[in-house]
Ligand binder design. Structure first.
Ligand code: HEM
Length: 405
């Protein structure tokens, strides 16, 4: 796309995607548009920073997340079991909301060891919902490359919600800092991140920095997982034969699940992977060319936007066999294996790959398993995808749930 003040390139060739994300990430830093759009909520969190600041943040966050899928498993399981009880007798359910509530519960339990029903968690969740409804996907002046002095207008309700969220998160972080000081802090993700020392500088995150990071863990960690879970259940509802196969696989597991049981759910995992292919929660990522360069014989001026679109790449007709078909068995085929290595980036790739990828895969498979074990899902209407902060359905995802026993 070419405008008077900007050029942008949609990059949809696996080799070029690789170049931007993996082999030359320093030449394609995160675009300032992201900071313009989400800065009010996320401050200087790892999602929006670049260069040395970003490297330092990852040196602290990455080791804290190592093994988090396993260590967070009991918290995920309790949240999933509570969701099954809440859905109780079944009936018609708006699955996007139910999945958001569940994913937020998982994040609160794994980060701060509190369930969503606690007062502060409920208030934070509500404020996030207000923020998501009020915040436009992109900030127009940023997208049009207008000079920095042109104000980046954020709608007032979004600004107010962002302020409220940050006050609540600050309260959670302050309380946790006091507990760490007193030696009474629970062993959860927040404690691990707040006590992790940067091996290079010997420093920890300050309270302010931690608030920024917690804001992105909530946003990136619950919106994305909720989107994937809701679409996964929709796809299963729309494909009853595949749902039966998942139900049969899950029925082989013991009643009391442990982390190692996840490795006995290959079909459920392939369903979740196929959901991430067809409905990648993050449909688009934006980078910026730090220097002028060339791509496929075309010159890319400095400052051009490099748009990477998992949505397009995952449905590329010249790469995937029958790209629009929901077919979890593709991952065992030669084409599926090649595409998984080269053209499948639901969590991005390279040094900026999602820090929560392992966590999210465990969470997605476990939640699908628990929900399909408890209910049969049927569609009530077609769901039409639209891009908000994540891929959502235009009028929600309404499914009919019938208890299996
Ligand atoms: C299905 C679930 C998820 C999906 C599809 C997903 C996808 C992504 C993608 C595509 C990015 C890169 C965005 C970009 O570069 O513009 C990203 C980054 C990130 N994600 Fe996730 N994510 C998921 C779950 C999570 C969870 C559970 C957490 C943490 C609790 C998390 C934390 C982050 C963070 C901190 C970043 C920023 C990394 C950086 O820029 O260095 N995500 N995620």
């Amino acid at each position: 796309m070419r405008g008077p003040l900007y050029r942008s390139f949609l990059i949809n060739d696996p080799e070029l995607v690789r170049r931007v994300l993996i082999s030359e990430p320093e030449h394609f830093p995160k675009s300032g548009i992201i900071q313009d759009t989400l800065g009010g909520l996320l401050g200087n969190s790892v999602f929006v920073t670049n260069g040395e600041v970003w490297k330092r943040q990852r040196r602290i966050i990455d080791p804290a997340f190592e093994g988090s899928a396993k260590s967070s498993f009991p918290a995920m399981l309790s949240a999933g079991e509570d969701a099954v009880s809440r859905l109780g007798a079944g009936g018609e359910v708006e699955m996007e909301f139910a999945a958001s509530y569940l994913a937020a519960d998982i994040i609160f339990r794994t980060l701060f060891s509190i369930p969503i029903t606690s007062d502060i968690a409920t208030r934070t969740f509500e404020a996030f919902r207000t923020y998501q409804r009020a915040q436009p996907l992109w900030n127009l002046p940023g997208l049009l490359r207008l000079p920095r002095w042109v104000p980046r207008v954020t709608p007032r309700p979004a600004r107010r919600a962002a302020r409220e969220i940050r006050v609540l998160l600050r309260e959670l972080v302050d309380t946790r800092a006091a507990e760490i000081e007193a030696g009474t802090a629970p062993d959860d993700l927040a404690t691990r991140i707040m006590t992790m020392v940067d091996p290079d500088s010997g420093e920890r995150f300050s309270i302010g920095e931690m608030v920024d990071q917690v804001a992105i863990f909530f946003l990136a960690g619950h919106e994305t997982s909720a989107s994937a879970l809701a679409w996964g259940l929709y796809l299963l509802a729309d494909n009853p034969d595949i749902q039966d196969q998942v139900a049969a696989e899950v029925a082989t597991l013991p009643t009391e699940l442990t982390f190692s049981d996840l490795s006995r759910l290959p079909m459920t995992r392939d369903v979740f992977r196929e959901t991430l292919r067809l409905f990648p929660p993050v449909p688009m990522m934006v980078r910026e060319a730090a220097e002028a360069c060339e791509m496929r014989g075309r010159s890319v001026p400095r400052g051009s936007l490099a748009i990477l679109s998992p949505w397009h790449l995952h449905r590329h007709e010249r790469l995937w066999d029958q790209p629009d078909l929901f077919d979890p068995s593709r991952w065992a085929t030669e084409n599926g294996k090649i595409c998984q290595r080269k053209s499948f980036i639901p969590f991005s790739a390279g040094p900026r790959v999602c820090t929560g990828a392992g966590f999210a895969m465990a969470e997605g498979v476990l939640m699908l398993a628990l929900l399909v074990r408890a209910f049969r899902f049927e569609t009530t209407a077609e769901a039409v995808p639209v891009a908000h902060l994540t891929v959502r359905a235009k009028t929600g995802i309404r499914l009919r749930l019938t208890p299996r026993t």
